[in-house]
Design a binder for this molecule. Structure first.
Ligand code: MN
Length: 207
């Protein structure tokens, strides 16, 4: 079987985001959870090999054009692959990449009032997402927005470009934070890769 999608490497070690995200959670999340999304996406696409040339972004942006027999699998597992691929990139232990600066920050300040107000609103979205899902900062029709999605749904399915996504499935935080999603959300800001988020913003603006 041809395997179009493979697990991306992390740019940092599993223990390097401690104490915010513990090493065991990072390892299981990356090598088990993310790998399963990829395996099941590949399995689904093997039934329609003509789709294997498409990027996961293309597959999700046109989700209603995906053959019905694999549409739910592509939505869940393609979404899982795309969302996690982004998540690993917008986290970092690197002090330089964590600096809160760039055009993106100006735009956040303009849109939400201040970076702290932005974080508050983002966390409200994350805590308000019942069950499993994601909180997002997205670029939509020239503007920044905070939103959340259920399960592994991607904002791309609604034509919104994800810039920053935080996984609020329990598997993302349960070993360290147990049911304390609030603690996880309050602390995750100290490992956000603003350099990467800024790059994604610059790319989205040019489109
Ligand atoms: Mn996850």
């Amino acid at each position: 079987m041809h395997m179009p999608f493979t697990l991306p490497k992390l740019e940092y070690s599993y223990n390097s985001l401690e104490p915010v995200i513990d090493a065991k959670t990072m390892e299981i999340h990356h090598t088990k959870h993310h790998q399963v999304y990829i395996d099941k996406l590949n399995e689904a696409l093997s039934k329609h090999p003509e789709l294997e040339k498409q990027s996961v972004e293309q597959l999700l942006a046109d989700i209603n054009k995906i053959p019905e027999d694999i549409r739910t699998a592509v939505r869940n597992h393609g979404g899982g692959h795309l969302n996690h691929s982004l998540f690993w990139q917008i986290l970092t232990p690197d002090a330089k990449a964590k600096e809160v600066k760039g055009k993106m920050i100006d735009e956040i300040t303009k849109t939400f009032g201040s970076i702290n107000k932005f974080k508050e609103q983002f966390n409200t979205a994350a805590l308000g997402r019942f069950g499993s899902g994601w909180a997002w900062l997205v670029f939509n029709k020239g503007k920044l927005e905070i939103t959340s999605t259920a399960n592994q749904d991607s904002p791309l399915m609604e034509g919104k470009v994800p810039l920053l996504g935080v996984d609020v499935w329990e598997h993302a935080y349960y070993l360290k934070w147990q049911s304390n999603r609030k603690g996880y959300m309050e602390n995750i800001w100290s490992v956000i890769n603003w350099k990467k988020v800024n790059e994604l913003f610059e790319q989205a603006r040019k489109k």
